[in-house]
Design a protein around this ligand. Structure first.
Ligand SMILES: [Zn+2]
Length: 280
């Protein structure tokens, strides 16, 4: 959730980048990488999924530093959509019960008497749902929300107008499929439709062909395969990023660029992660 602490930490990260790195828009960095002209300490900032906090929290801070970032949005979730994992997180977080019986869904029972047990339940449930076929995954998440007391949640994702504004701001608006499925779990036809559908949506919204794509979950050989890389290329994207964790090098496939994830990054962690880029 966007709150002051997160904004402060994010601003701190940006200060760190500004002090030590040349921060470039992703398409510019990739062009320089391809030409062997990338500065040694170059960094690119990316956001996946299309969370509302990207707009409300990160955008003004990025603008304050004059940084251009990439935003990979799951186009079908914009507005009132919700990622299945957020449905699980919000359901368990807000659940008024201390015991939740999900045996009707075949996914066990959970004690929710304190925060550590709620966190553990969330982690277990997300692990169980993540690789389910997508309609079943969404339906199971919806049933969990129902059985957990189903309180209304606040809007978590950006709406299309906000995404269009990011584009007008000069940010790189890229695609992350329509519904955020694990591509490797889909038929070829369904995977192509997820990739092409997100491309068409962003082109329509911004009036410009999107350049970049991020594979949902993004682990090479597990969450997507060579056929999906080819689909992304054919759709018209010029580059794509995975979640393989390392810095990029000139020998990298431009349709499978690695990234270094900054999760709940403490100072030492972001420093260590970024240091690992230029020690390679
Ligand atoms: Zn994602």
């Amino acid at each position: 959730m966007p709150d002051e602490t997160d904004a402060e930490l994010f601003r701190h990260h940006m200060q760190y980048l500004a002090a030590h790195f040349t921060v470039l828009p992703l398409p510019v960095a990739v062009d320089q990488l391809r030409r062997g002209a990338l500065p040694r300490l170059a960094a690119v900032i990316t956001f996946d999924d299309g969370y509302a906090s990207n707009y409300t929290v990160a955008r003004p801070i990025l603008q304050g530093f004059g940084f251009s970032a990439s935003f990979f949005v799951a186009t079908g979730l914009l507005g009132n959509g919700q990622m299945f994992n957020d449905t699980v997180i919000e359901s368990i977080r807000r659940c008024p019960y201390t015991h939740l019986d999900l045996t009707a869904l075949g996914i066990g029972q959970y004690e929710l008497i304190d925060t550590p047990r709620r966190v553990a339940a969330i982690s277990t449930l997300i692990g169980r749902l993540k690789y389910l076929p997508m309609p079943e995954r969404s339906e199971t998440a919806r049933r969990i929300a129902e059985l957990a007391g189903g309180g209304l949640s606040t809007r978590l994702m950006m709406n299309p107008d906000e995404v269009a504004q990011l584009h007008r701001d000069g940010m790189d608006v890229g695609c992350h499929t329509v519904n955020h499925p694990i591509l490797a779990n889909l038929s070829a036809e369904a995977a192509r439709s997820e990739i092409d559908g997100s491309f068409a949506f962003i082109r329509e919204l911004t009036g410009k062909k999107p350049v970049s794509f991020a594979y949902p979950n993004g682990r090479p050989g597990r969450d997507y395969h060579a056929e999906h890389v080819e689909m992304v290329r054919r759709a018209g994207f010029e580059l794509a990023v995975s979640t393989a964790t390392r810095g990029a090098s000139p020998s990298d496939d431009l349709y499978q660029l690695p990234r270094i994830g900054i999760w709940s990054a403490t100072d030492w962690k972001i420093t260590a992660n970024l240091a690992s880029i230029y020690l390679q």
